[in-house]
Design a protein around this ligand. Structure first.
Ligand SMILES: [Zn+2]
Length: 471
């Protein structure tokens, strides 16, 4: 079955066919973090979504090249650098490191390449020069270089591919120097920003004088450098559709590097917003969570990842602490089933559960219908538990179940935690309790059980003897 995805460019669900003539290689670019602060859970929804796209493409046999940039120079960063007094690299470095750590906690695969904007100033300048040479960019009186929407449209190209824009509002000669602006403020946007006193030490020399790049041109330059002028997938949060992605298209297609008839990007995928506790996240409402805030509340990366992956990427999702509690319960159901399968199977089988795999991929082929895919998984868990309970599953069946789960989890990445290491002290207590039971000293056995419980461990009596698990 072919994978279908919603392409913002055509506003329709389309069959995914990569540009690669062999049909195998896929170039995928996801707009990365602006490293001016610790990313919040809304940001991470997008990165977990991009991770899902990559993993599912790999499941389908594609060879994905996943690129995610690090925006380490733009308006917000400069403001923070000025306030903190730290050098740019030092300031952004700490948030970049925190971001990578968070990404790992959330079980996201490392993108293959993570270019930093500040290390691509040469490519950015070259791209702006090309746009000037082609008549689509100009240096304004303020020393900055702007992209001319009028010239671009005048050449027969379309500005407003991802969103509908009202050009009657566009006043000739009007410019916007901020990286972020609303559709209503449609105007020529900055490619290169002339150095201002408040920029401090953050500037580079250029043919137009000292300054720094605009945010939008960074992504055009880095994505085309690594993936080529025309590539398959561009992913980001829906808040990036305008102006960021629209401007990326104008800059990249304006430079005219694409082969004839090809666009800059074939499929644009956008993840919807995240609400928290029913409201838009905001620090004043107390519903603003970074990943670290949630970990501090005792939730794990895989519980958070699981919850984020239960919602379809195009739906606004209401992320709640209650939802995280249910995520914990759902994962426990999977973990318990897998533990029982492991006990029965002994080893992972070579055979796989073909109907389960097919149900799973049919759901995800349908524009990443995660609910359908989880539905298939939980039906399988229920069925497996029933078969384990009535002893109608043999070791080979259990081994096949485990092999199938490994395949599915390569996509969802919520993994079963590998056997939790039991501290020696806990193991000693467990042994003492077993010895007490053997000696029929049940009072002592119960006391030890309570002691284990107080230390956060629960005893489970299984056919293979007693064992402890984390409470
Ligand atoms: Zn971008």
């Amino acid at each position: 079955m072919a994978l279908k995805l919603f392409n913002t460019l055509t506003r329709s669900v389309e069959e995914f066919t990569p540009l690669d003539p062999s049909g195998k290689g896929v170039g995928m670019y996801c707009c990365g973090p602006t490293v001016y602060d610790v990313a919040h859970i809304g940001n991470f929804r997008t990165f977990v979504f991009a991770d899902l796209v990559r993993r599912y493409l790999e499941f389908k046999g594609f060879a994905v090249r996943h690129v995610m940039n690090i925006t380490d120079v733009e308006d917000k960063i400069i403001k923070r650098v000025r306030e903190s007094g730290a050098p740019l690299r030092e300031y952004t470095g700490q948030y970049e490191a925190a971001f990578l750590e968070d990404l790992q906690v959330l079980g996201c695969l490392r993108p293959h390449q993570m270019p930093r904007a500040t290390e691509h100033i040469g490519e950015i300048i070259a791209l702006i020069e090309k746009l000037i040479a082609r008549g689509f960019a100009y240096k304004a009186a303020d020393g900055s270089v702007y992209f001319s929407i009028e010239k671009y449209r005048g050449s027969g190209r379309q500005y407003g591919q991802l969103v509908k824009l009202n050009f009657d509002e566009l006043r000739p000669g009007e410019r916007v120097s901020n990286d972020e602006y609303a559709k209503e403020s449609l105007a020529d946007f900055a490619l290169w920003k002339a150095r201002l006193p408040e920029d401090g030490d953050v500037f580079w020399p250029s043919p137009w004088g000292e300054g720094r790049p605009g945010w939008h041109i960074e992504c055009s330059a880095m994505s085309m450098k690594i993936l080529g002028p025309s590539f398959d997938l561009h992913i980001g949060g829906e808040d990036l559709i305008f102006p960021h992605h629209e401007d990326e298209i104008a800059q990249s297609e304006g430079a005219g590097l694409q082969p004839k008839g090809e666009r800059f990007v074939k499929y644009w995928l956008h993840g919807a917003h995240l609400m928290v506790e029913g409201k838009k996240m905001s620090k004043s409402l107390g519903n603003f969570f970074t990943l670290r805030d949630l970990l501090a509340k005792g939730f794990t990366g895989r519980e958070i990842r699981y919850l984020l992956l239960t919602a379809h990427y195009r739906e606004t999702f209401n992320f709640t602490l209650e939802g995280l509690q249910s995520a914990r319960v759902s994962l426990m159901r999977i973990d318990e089933c897998l533990t029982k399968l492991r006990e029965l199977a002994g080893s992972i089988g070579a055979q796989q559960d073909a109907p389960l795999l097919s149900e799973f991929s049919t759901a995800l082929d349908d524009d990443l219908n995660v609910s359908g895919a989880w539905g298939a998984i939980f039906d399988w868990v229920r069925d497996t538990n029933r078969r384990l309970a009535d002893n109608s599953m043999d070791a080979a069946g259990a081994a096949a179940g485990l092999a199938t789960w490994e395949k599915l989890d390569a996509v969802f990445g919520v993994g079963a935690p590998s056997e939790v290491e039991v501290p020696a002290e806990i193991n000693d207590l467990l042994e003492a309790r077993q010895a007490a039971r053997k000696a029929k000293d049940f009072k002592k056995a119960d006391t030890i059980r309570d002691e284990l419980k107080a230390k956060g461990w629960i005893i489970e009596d299984t056919p293979k003897g007693a064992r402890v698990k984390k409470a």
